[in-house]
Write a protein that binds this ligand. Structure first.
Ligand SMILES: [Ca+2]
Length: 89
């Protein structure tokens, strides 16, 4: 039974494989990178300064730190990841 469940899990993993970034076409990768840059490029110069890069990280940290104690616990990180995964469905 355990073997059957492992095979089912492996099958689901293989079925999901095309969703991974390595299977994206060059055009899909280019569009994804452009979108990622434009989301943080606050001065619209087409590139990210260190400040623009860290501002997004700081915002993600602040969002994950639910109790605002300056630390992200495993539970807070899990909640943040679940929220992210839910948004991708
Ligand atoms: Ca910029």
């Amino acid at each position: 039974m355990k073997k059957l469940m492992m095979l089912a899990a492996l099958g689901a993993f293989v079925a999901a494989a095309p969703a991974f970034a390595k299977d994206k076409t060059p055009a899909e990768k280019d569009a994804k990178v452009s979108r990622a840059i434009s989301e943080s490029d606050t001065d619209n110069d087409g590139k990210l300064s260190k400040a623009e890069w860290t501002a997004k990280s700081d915002a993600k940290f602040a969002e994950a730190d639910a109790d605002k104690d300056g630390f992200v616990t495993k539970g807070e990180k899990l909640a943040a990841m679940e929220k992210q995964w839910a948004g991708k469905k």
